[in-house]
Structure formats: C-alpha cells, structure tokens
Ligand binder design. Structure first.
Ligand code: GGG
Length: 326
C-alpha cells in the first residue's frame, strides 16, 4: 500500500528539518509517495498568496501531511492547513531525554491543545489607528470534541486522567464554557480530572513538572505553555506535534522558522524527525515509529548533537546518525 504524504517545508529552518524527516521516512520499509508543496512567506512574496489553493487541496486529500515551519504568515498558513486536515486537537508531547542537559529532567508531559478556536479563530479587527480588538471564540462542540479525544487518549494503564488548564476566573464565559464542558465529558466517561489556572500552571510546571501528565487546554494556552515546557526539557528543537482530525492529520515540529540560524544547515532536526515518527504511528506502523524514536533517543544521548544542545554537528550529521541507528 502506498501512502501519499504532503510535504510542506514552509519557511526558515522548515526548509532544512523537513527534508531530514523525509530522509528518515525514506529509510523505512514503508511505501511512501512524497508530494511537495509551497506555503509561507517566500511564496507570498513571489505570488501574493501565502497558501496556494493547490497546497490546501493537497493537505486535504493526502493520507497525512508533514509541515515544517511558518513565519510571518503563520496565521495564513498553519491555521488553514489544520483546517484542511480537519484537525481539532494538537498533540504536543514534552519530555526530557537522557543525556540532554534539561532544566527539569523529570518532565514528561503531553499537551492536548484545542486546535480550531479561542483567540486563533481569526476574528481580529483594527477599529481605528490606535484601537484593535480580538474576539475569542469557545464553543461547546469544539470543547466536547477535544474532551472526548482526551478521554480516549488517557484510557490506557499509562495515564490516570488529565489536568484541565484554563483561566475561567477571568474569562468566565469562554474558559468557563471550556472548563465546564471538558469536566462534564470527563465525568460522562468516568475519567478523573483536576484543574489548574493557566498562570498557576506556568509556575507549578517549572517547580514540579512531575505533578502533571496529560494537560488539556485552550488553543493559545496550549501554544504558549508547550513552548514553556520546551524550555524545561532542553529547547524547542525537541518538541514534535500532531494535528489530528477524524480522517487526516498534519505533523510538525513545535518550533518556528528560527530566522537567526536559517540557511546555515545547523538546525536541530530532532523535533521534525519525532513528528515523522508520530506520522508513522498514525498510519499504523507502531514498530517503525518506535524504531525512529529509539534512534533519535540514542542520537540525542550519544551524539552527534546540534549547537542548541551544546554540540557542533550539522542537521545532515544528526539525520545521518539517526538513519544509521534505525
Ligand atoms: N512548526 C510550527 C510553527 O510553524 N510554528 C509557528 C507558529 O506561530 N505557530 C502557531 C501555532 O502553532 O498555532
């Protein structure tokens, strides 16, 4: 069986880490057909459009999509691409790896981030030159869909339930609806939950990350708090993600375009490669996904490593080392 994979590197280091991920996928005994498409700042400059229609259609029809990074045009690229695959949840694991100098080596978390609404719903206005507004959207249906996914996700021996992170004491209507709906669904499923205000979570996760396991949160909170967790485990070069829908999914490293190092060939490909492992697992190849994860873990522990992790290896060196260990 051939799996059609849309490959959309985007901008900056997306152009370097996405080929690293496809090189690793090509080393597996799985029949992939990669179809590459453009999106992002460069294509906008050239054509006036950050997300060409054919790129959207490709993501909407491929078996899965591998995305790199979005820069200034993130709102015009990654949000519609998540829509193209019908994604309602962004899964962002944040875990420390052996041998990596992490601020909190005991960290092992998974963020389940609402992926369609909140302040990322796109209702932003400039009323006058000095007044702008943003409408925050929270619906019961999106909160319910996320909560049902979370309940299924924790339905294994590995997890005891999940933590709902919100700011319902201030955003009473929006986060109030989010919290109440997620808690109600968890109750229906018989899943244990606790809840923490998002600002308190930011402090507690730094002081004692082990008290958290699966974290269910609104869109912006998930985006920001997972980046914070990246700081605890050794940096953004280590966090993968999956944007999952009912029929398709899109996989991307959590990091952005890193313009300070883009084009130098020194970006850490680990997050993109682990995202590719999530893609492989999503397609049903559990053993191959585990093999990629083990190869990445061994490479992180024994080297070579890129500069963000204290080494001096190139993206290509690290990718070759992962492939050698497969
Ligand atoms: N690969 C992740 C990426 O491109 N991040 C840029 C960004 O701003 N993302 C916003 C989001 O994840 O919602």
């Amino acid at each position: 069986m051939t799996h059609e994979i849309a490959v959309i590197p985007g901008d900056g280091i997306g152009q370097e880490v996405t080929p690293a991920a496809t090189d690793v996928l090509e080393a597996l005994d799985i029949d992939f057909e990669f179809v590459e498409a453009d999106a992002g700042d460069a294509v906008k400059e050239a054509t006036g459009e950050a997300l060409p229609e054919e790129t959207y259609e490709l993501a909407a029809s491929a078996d899965a999509t591998l995305f790199g990074a979005a820069g200034e045009t993130a709102a015009d690229v990654i949000l519609p691409l998540r829509d193209a695959v019908g994604s309602f949840v962004n899964i962002r694991p944040a875990k420390a790896y052996p041998g990596i100098d992490a601020v909190r080596p005991e960290t092992d978390l998974v963020f389940l981030r609402e992926n369609t609404e909140g302040v990322y719903a796109g209702h932003e206005d400039r009323l006058t030159e000095d007044v702008s507004t943003l409408t925050r959207v929270v619906t019961e249906s999106a909160s319910r869909e996320l909560a049902e996914f979370a309940c299924d996700y924790v339905d294994t021996d590995e997890h005891d339930g999940f933590t709902i992170v919100h700011k319902a004491n201030v955003m009473r209507e929006t986060d109030g609806l989010f919290r109440d709906t997620v808690a109600e669904v968890a109750d229906e499923y018989g899943v244990e939950t606790d809840e923490v205000l998002m600002d308190a979570f930011a402090t507690h996760v730094c002081l004692d990350p082990e008290q958290f396991d699966v974290v269910v949160c609104p869109n912006l909170a998930g985006d920001v708090l997972s980046d914070l967790a990246a700081g605890l485990v050794g940096g953004l070069g280590l966090l993968p993600s999956a944007n999952v829908g009912t029929e398709r999914a899109l996989f991307e490293p959590v990091h952005g375009t890193a313009p300070d190092i883009a084009g130098e060939g020194v970006a850490n490909p680990a997050a993109a490669i682990i995202s590719a492992a999530m893609l492989v697992e999503y397609l049903g190849y559990d053993e191959e996904a585990a093999a990629i994860n083990e190869a990445v873990e061994a490479t992180l522990e024994e080297g070579p490593r890129t500069a963000d992790l204290g080494g001096d290896a190139s993206t290509e060196d690290v990718t070759a080392a992962v492939i050698d260990r497969l």
